[in-house]
Ligand binder design. Structure first.
Ligand code: HEM
Length: 231
């Protein structure tokens, strides 16, 4: 059993922190997707969902936000630490590269992670703090709730914005498909179960991608529209 200090600085400890923080972030991604899919249930349901989030007591809202920031921070720091540990362990990595044996997802984890991070910052400015479109703050429905239904539809009517979201959720899918299988390995799950979970991880990542991607696509195609809704 490693000492407590080495548990957090060793490769095994760092991988464990990555796995636990990644697992909790994944949980947020699934819950957020389920919330967003309510867009298909119409303006009333989607705005009521948005309002229920706004009605949460401030300590809970900020508790969740601070937890997410800490999780992203720990996840990123562990990624940087692992790259350093791996480099130190393989000084001749270019001579004896395992490049061809690792998957595309595994090789690009740090880049997909950075782009997803940049996307989340833009996403917060777009739909949470409304810095990119301050006028959205004035949109309310008949019940006086913030009209996030019209806001999301207006946002994704722009092909450029939709394309950016599609690329970001595509990278998220690639990141998740490798991240989920590494997580099962770091958590010490047995090889035979792990192979099954690896496949399941890939399928889950695809489901998450299709769920998120369906939103901008169905808005661009006019399947979900705010036409006829009084503004
Ligand atoms: C089609 C894709 C997505 C849609 C339609 C969407 C929609 C939204 C909306 C409407 C909000 C603001 C909620 C409100 O304040 O009323 C929000 C917040 C947020 N979204 Fe997304 N989202 C999408 C994808 C993602 C992805 C892929 C991630 C993470 C990787 C993400 C992370 C967040 C975070 C962290 C917040 C802030 C939560 C808070 O208020 O603290 N979203 N999203």
């Amino acid at each position: 059993m490693p000492e407590r200090s080495s548990l957090f600085t060793s490769s095994v400890g760092t991988k464990l922190i990555m796995a636990i923080t990644g697992c909790l972030l994944f949980l947020f991604i699934v819950i957020h997707l389920l919330g967003n899919l309510q867009l298909y249930l119409g303006q009333e349901t989607f705005n009521a969902y948005g309002q229920s989030l706004k009605d949460l007591p401030t300590p809970i809202t900020w508790g969740i936000r601070i937890t997410l920031i800490v999780l992203v921070g720990l996840h990123s720091l562990s990624a940087i630490r692992l790259v350093r540990i791996n480099r130190a362990a393989k000084p001749n990595k270019y001579k004896h590269s395992h490049y061809n044996k690792t998957s595309y997802a595994a090789r690009t984890m740090i880049y997909s992670g950075l782009i997803i991070g940049a996307f989340v910052l833009y996403h917060l400015a777009h739909y949470t703090f409304l810095w990119t479109h301050p006028e959205y703050a004035l949109w309310h429905d008949g019940a006086g709730r913030h009209d996030i239904y019209r806001m999301v539809i207006a946002g994704f009517r722009s092909p450029i914005i939709s394309l950016f979201y599609l690329i970001a959720v595509g990278l998220l899918c690639i990141h998740l498909s490798h991240g989920l299988s590494s997580m099962f390995q770091s958590l010490g799950i047995q090889r035979c179960t792990r192979n099954f979970l690896k496949k399941s991880g890939r399928i889950i990542a695809w489901i998450v991608f299709l769920g998120y991607a369906s939103i901008p696509i169905s808005i661009l195609l006019g399947v979900v529209t705010s036409e006829g809704i009084p503004s």
